[in-house]
Ligand binder design. Structure first.
Ligand code: ADP
Length: 308
């Protein structure tokens, strides 16, 4: 059985449902990627989530939801005296504003047990993590996670890093820049977003972004740019540009990058090559931005059509 594993944090989400009412859901970038990868990969693949949660009812609810979506949760560790992180969305004059309660989140302990982590990664065909996964960890935790990923990579796991910048989660900008390099240095594939790289590193073009992560040792780099040109560099195929699907009305860009990553990595996992994987990724993300919420029910006939 081939195994696709994502590592990170999934939180409780409270989204406004009108008149001081909130709808409770669960959300997290790496979980979103696992959700879409499960839809896209054939059944001879296991899709697993690696994280830490509490020993309480809300953590159990989240695990039930993941299991219900076909995700293997045997890689989720239960920690006493901790629970899930939580965030609340509020609409202030139509703009979304976020408040977070995540300092005591169990997922911050994801890398506290190196032996356990190594066991989770053992034999994985593909392992995906993100800038958020790194940001929530302590400096020692980041070292432990990256060392475990580097070992897995040396043993044949394809490691993929979605840069996902969240400046508020990092100690400061220098630490965030160093953390991104650290993540890229243990990865085969890096999935940055051009606007974020432009802001943090002052990149003038996607070629600058590619040059930096290539110097970190990545062999495939897909630089996303929303509705703009997607630029992918690959060690054997060089640089290629792709145009995202044209969309008249974008409804909600939540999880655009996460679903793109799932599509691209699922394509690579199925050995479809760079161009077909890029088209799969763009087709998935196009559906996601045309629907509300992070976990969209994909129309697979449309996606298979894109593949033909
Ligand atoms: P991130 O969320 O990681 O910043 P992007 O916003 O660049 O990522 O979006 C990821 C992918 O989603 C893009 O490469 C593209 O394929 C798709 N996408 C996002 N916004 C749009 C849009 N307005 N029209 C078409 N495709 C889009």
């Amino acid at each position: 059985m081939k195994r696709f594993l994502t590592l990170g944090e999934c939180m409780v989400e409270l989204a406004p449902a009108g008149d001081q009412l909130y709808h409770q859901g669960f959300a997290g970038d790496t979980f979103n990627t696992a959700y879409y990868a499960r839809r896209l990969l054939p059944q001879d693949w296991t899709v697993g989530y690696c994280s830490a949660v509490g020993q309480d009812a809300v953590s159990d609810d989240m695990l039930d939801l993941m299991r219900g979506h076909g995700i293997d949760i045997s890689g989720v560790r239960k920690v006493a005296d901790r629970t899930l992180g939580l965030y609340m969305i509020q609409l202030i004059n139509g703009e979304r504003s976020f408040s977070y309660w995540r300092r005591q989140s169990a997922a911050k302990l994801l890398a506290d047990d190196p032996d356990w982590l190594e066991t989770q990664l053992d034999g994985a065909s593909m392992a995906q993590f993100s800038g958020i996964t790194l940001a929530i960890l302590s400096p020692e935790g980041r070292n432990t996670l990256c060392a475990a990923l580097a070992r897995a990579r040396a043993n044949g796991t394809h490691v993929a890093f979605d840069t996902n910048l969240r400046p508020r989660l990092w100690e400061d900008e220098d630490t965030m820049r160093a953390g991104l390099r650290m993540g890229a240095e243990v990865s085969d594939t890096v999935l940055p977003s051009f606007d974020e790289e432009e802001g943090l590193f002052g990149d003038a073009t996607p070629a600058d972004t590619i040059a930096r992560y290539r110097d970190c040792g990545a062999s495939t780099i897909a630089v996303k740019d929303g509705a703009g040109t997607l630029t992918i560099w690959d060690k054997t195929e060089g640089t290629q540009e792709f145009q995202p699907v044209k969309i008249d009305s974008v409804i909600d860009t939540t999880a655009a990058g996460d679903s793109f990553g799932a599509g691209f990595l699922a394509g690579l996992a199925m050995e479809r090559g760079i161009a077909a994987s890029a088209h799969l990724a763009m087709a998935v993300a196009a559906q996601v931005v045309q629907a509300r919420g992070a976990l969209v029910d994909l129309d697979m006939t449309d996606i298979e059509g894109t593949q033909a």
